[in-house]
Ligand binder design. Structure first.
Ligand code: ATP
Ligand code: MG
Length: 268
């Protein structure tokens, strides 16, 4: 099982869109995939139509339910989700005084270790305790960056946070790459940002996600782009990005975060 956090404290850069569509493409390729919605806005939850049965990520973090009980299946085969709720804001406060408060999500995830090939964590727009939990629970992190003015601003704060997490909380965390999103090839600005990203950050993914109306429409139909517009440019881009991501993951040393395969055979 590989766990990947999708993080950038800048809002609206395409984290949720990237999480949901990477997850769908991973599931399409035959991998058992889980999305953890670690954002109180619950955008990934609604984009996937992940109706909660009454238990949310909050309950797992607060020890009120096993994470496995919070998992719901989606309409997309092999794709499950742990839904979020506004309560998650309170979880940050309630967990703040706990010992090992950065490791709560990692502990909760142990329970499903081996049931999934890939777990993607959709982070909210902050570098607060939930994002630290996501980074502490992950083998790798990817950072979507919007091809817009000031896109690179704030990226250094994210990179610094990742470095701190590597030093203090999770030495095994890899920065898998930065991905350019909402690229509009007609604008000079988009081209400049994409070029600058590649020049400054060597791990930038080759795949660039285009700005596409289809991608922005899909969530309101509670469908991943692969379902909503399977042959669209956006869908193709996310398939390509998924292939790149899975290739890069396969080059990483084996994960030591979770008891690998402990529950193999129990997999559905
Ligand atoms: P937040 O920080 O609030 O969690 P986010 O980083 O998760 O935001 P998204 O919700 O994925 O960002 O995207 C922000 C908005 O941009 C959404 O309305 C989404 O539908 C739209 N969007 C994302 N990617 C694209 C794209 N490639 N083309 C067009 N619209 C997009
Ligand atoms: Mg989001």
């Amino acid at each position: 099982m590989s766990v990947v956090a999708v993080a950038n404290q800048k809002g609206g850069v395409g984290k949720t869109t990237t999480t949901v569509n990477l997850a769908a493409a991973s599931a399409e390729s035959g991998r058992r995939t889980l999305v953890i919605d670690a954002d109180a806005q619950a955008n990934a939850t609604s984009a996937l139509g992940a109706e909660s049965q009454g238990t949310f990520l909050y309950d797992a973090l607060l020890g009120q339910a096993d994470l496995g009980r919070c998992v719901v299946s989606t309409a997309w085969p092999r794709l499950d989700a742990v839904p979020s709720s506004m309560d998650l804001v309170a979880a940050e406060i309630e967990l703040a005084s706990r010992e090992r408060r950065e490791y709560v999500l990692r502990s909760a995830l142990q329970e499903v270790a081996g049931r999934y090939d890939l777990v993607l964590i959709d982070c909210g727009p902050s570098l607060g305790l939930m994002t630290l939990n996501a980074l502490s629970a992950s083998d790798a992190v990817i950072a979507p960056v919007q091809c817009e003015y000031l896109a690179l601003e704030g990226l250094s704060a994210l990179l610094e946070t990742i470095r701190r997490v590597q030093m203090q909380l999770n030495p095994g965390l890899h920065l898998l790459g930065v991905v350019a999103t909402m690229y509009d090839g007609r604008t000079r600005l988009s081209q400049d940002v994409a070029t600058q990203l590649k020049a400054h950050i060597s791990s930038t993914f080759d795949t660039i996600i285009p700005r596409s109306i289809r991608l922005s429409e899909a969530p309101s139909h509670q469908q991943p782009i692969l379902d909503y517009a399977p042959r669209s440019r956006g869908a193709e881009a996310y398939r390509e990005l998924t292939e790149e991501l899975l290739n890069r993951l396969s080059d990483l040393p084996p994960s030591t975060l979770y008891r690998s395969g402990a529950l193999d055979g129990v997999a559905r």
